[in-house]
Design a protein around this ligand. Structure first.
Ligand SMILES: NC(=O)C1=CN([C@@H]2O[C@H](COP(=O)(O)OP(=O)(O)OC[C@H]3O[C@@H](n4cnc5c(N)ncnc54)[C@H](OP(=O)(O)O)[C@@H]3O)[C@@H](O)[C@H]2O)C=CC1
Ligand SMILES: O=C(CO)COP(=O)(O)O
Length: 345
């Protein structure tokens, strides 16, 4: 693969896909963004805006949107896949008939596939053997990238040439791309931090203080690193942008959709109401289900995950969970409430 990329595709018409597609186009790379919604595609092509997912952001006029998947992919050296994790495999299955040798795939999706506990890079490698794979993750609120706020991210891959190609294609005066070879750690931290953003949201809605928020973020970092290291990730990854960086931004900002879901639950909405009100993807909800199950199966101590699971899926009062987080015991009222709930085990 040549390092100077001339053509790229972004698969997905959501906020993050749109933000990076616009950067690629602004960097002079012929970029096709694929989406299934032709109204949004027309708005991108004619008004240079994505009114549904990234309103009030002027996109680069050279960005071209299409609903034709073959057209989007043909000739693209880099293909960024930016759809929610629950649709990821089916979208990759739709695109793979059009792939040719030498095209590389980069996931920007921060989630987990439940069957087999696969990360998105694993789905790409399964479905598209022979193609180089990378992931992009970091503290990257799409709306801020759209407004050209100074932002850094991480591209992780075992393919050094692909890392450089992504760095050169996306890097610009407001977007800096660092490189890592710990693809598993970078990707897993992007998925895990969404859970803790939900917790931070409900802590904030309950009016808890800044000390409490800091305690939650610090304990979240310890907990997510403990889990990831047990599965083989490099602990140092968690001290970087994709780890603590992304954890801090999503736990502190109401711009995070996961935080907003947690906040709505803290205000008394049900999970279904909170998700419906959001109208966009909050990956942390499903990730929480899978991580709770995995931590129990592997015997990894994750009290925040357990508490969040009790709040979201067993309707346990978040105040009760918060109280228990101060005792370090796992026996207790939350366990009891989980056991009593329909889904408690
Ligand atoms: N937004 C952000 O700040 C960031 C997001 N991410 C990650 O990027 C991933 C994508 O998120 P984001 O762009 O924000 O998501 P959004 O919720 O903004 O948009 C999701 C997009 O995926 C499309 N989509 C969903 N299912 C399918 C399908 N089966 N076939 C085709 N298209 C589909 C939707 O299309 P339709 O409208 O037609 O349903 C929509 O265009 C997530 O994993 C997220 O965690 C990463 C960094 C930052
Ligand atoms: O991953 C993100 C920022 O880095 C976006 O977080 P949300 O999906 O919670 O909006």
């Amino acid at each position: 693969m040549s390092v100077k990329v001339k053509q790229a595709a972004v698969i997905g018409g959501g906020s993050f896909g749109t933000a990076i597609a616009s950067i690629l186009a602004a960097n002079g790379i012929a970029t096709q963004q694929w989406m299934r919604n032709d109204v949004v595609a027309t708005a991108i092509n004619e008004q240079h805006e994505n009114p549904q997912y990234l309103p009030d952001v002027k996109l680069d006029p050279r960005l071209h949107a299409t609903t034709d998947l073959a057209k989007a992919i043909t000739g693209a050296e880099l293909i960024f896949v930016s759809v929610p994790s629950k649709s990821f495999r089916s979208v990759v299955q739709q695109l793979k008939p059009f792939l040719v040798e030498g095209q590389s795939l980069i996931s920007t999706t921060k989630g987990i596939e439940p069957d087999g506990f696969n990360l998105m890079s694993q789905v790409l490698m399964d479905e598209c053997p022979g193609h180089s794979v990378a992931v992009l993750s970091g503290p990257n609120l799409a709306k801020e990238i759209g407004r050209k706020q100074l932002t850094a991210t991480v591209v992780a891959s075992s393919d050094g040439a692909l890392r450089i190609a992504v760095q050169e294609s996306l890097g610009c005066e407001y977007f800096r791309v660092y490189a890592s070879d710990d693809m598993f750690g970078v990707e897993l931290s992007g998925a895990l931090k969404n859970i803790y953003a939900i917790v931070s949201g409900f802590i904030a809605a309950l009016g808890m203080g800044e000390n409490t928020k800091s305690m939650i973020i610090t304990r979240s970092l310890a907990e997510m690193s403990r889990f990831a290291v047990a599965l083989g990730a490099n602990p140092l990854t968690f001290l970087g942008l994709a780890g603590v960086g992304d954890l801090v931004v999503t736990c502190m900002s109401p711009m995070s959709r996961n935080y907003r879901v947690g906040y709505a639950i803290g205000e008394g909405r049900t999970l279904d109401e909170a998700v419906a009100e959001l109208g966009e993807v909050a990956e942390g909800v499903n990730t929480l289900r899978y991580i709770n199950a995995q931590s129990e199966e592997l015997g990894i101590y994750m009290p925040l995950v357990k508490g969040a699971y009790a709040v979201l899926f067993a309707h346990v009062d978040p105040r009760l969970v918060a109280k228990e987080l101060m005792t370090g015991e796992n026996t207790s009222d939350v366990e009891f409430a989980l056991a009593k709930s329909e889904i408690g085990e």
